[in-house]
Write a protein that binds this ligand. Structure first.
Ligand code: MG
Ligand code: ZN
Length: 218
């Protein structure tokens, strides 16, 4: 019985995710679901992405958080449309919440929507939101062995961002080990190392993002 309930919940979520995606497609918007553990720099990554894109793309943001709106306030300072979703303790975003978020964004005036998922490397990967691309951020202090510990997250990513590379000299993070771990789970996944502090690597990431938005474009 328990299993049946869970299956029904997942099926309903997937159906809503498909509707969200159709809505993004109809508006020529690229949807990006950004997942990571707490403290890996999701919000900072979003702020850096907005800066790096500049006038080249119109960005909207959906901010998922357990509580508070501090991240949404930071994003709003960049003068981009942002919607805050508080999950009230829920450990992931679901497609219904994204549907409500889309209701509150000016879809006709956007090229890209960045969705900051709740900080958690486990269940966010199980819930489709309607996104076109899945980004997983891993920060250098978390260690190069994380793909072995959270295979579901790394196996379903389209892009892996290695954040905080400016502190690589101070940590035993072996980039080659990391790539080896990832390639076993997810051959062909794109890996972009970058640093929000120095700005290194952001141009490579946002050039790729722009190319994807153009393909999706209005
Ligand atoms: Mg955040
Ligand atoms: Zn969860």
């Amino acid at each position: 019985m328990q299993l049946k309930v869970l299956k029904d919940i997942m099926a309903a979520n997937t159906a809503t995710a498909e509707a969200n995606r159709a809505r993004l497609d109809a508006n020529g918007i690229l949807g990006v679901n950004i997942m990571a553990s707490p403290g890996s720099g999701k919000t900072t990554f979003i702020l850096g992405t907005i800066d790096s894109l500049g006038q080249d793309a119109r960005v909207g943001v959906i901010e998922g958080d357990l509580a508070s709106s501090v991240d949404a306030e930071k994003v709003a300072q960049k003068n981009v449309p942002v919607v805050q979703i508080n999950t009230g303790g829920g450990c992931h975003l679901d497609a219904n919440q994204i549907n409500a978020g889309l209701d509150n964004l000016p879809l006709e005036a956007l090229d890209i929507i960045l969705i900051e998922n709740v900080g958690n490397l486990v269940c966010p990967s199980e819930f489709k939101l309607g996104e076109h691309k899945r980004v997983v951020i891993l920060s250098v202090p978390e260690g190069d062995d994380k793909p072995y510990k959270y295979p579901g997250m790394f196996a379903t990513a389209d892009i892996i961002i290695i954040s905080k590379i400016d502190i690589l000299p101070y940590f035993d993070f072996d980039l080659e080990n990391f790539k080896k771990a990832v390639s076993g789970l997810n051959p062909g996944v794109l890996i972009f190392p970058l640093s929000a502090r120095t700005g290194e690597g952001f141009d490579v990431w946002t050039d790729w993002l722009k190319s994807q938005a153009l393909r999706q474009g209005k």
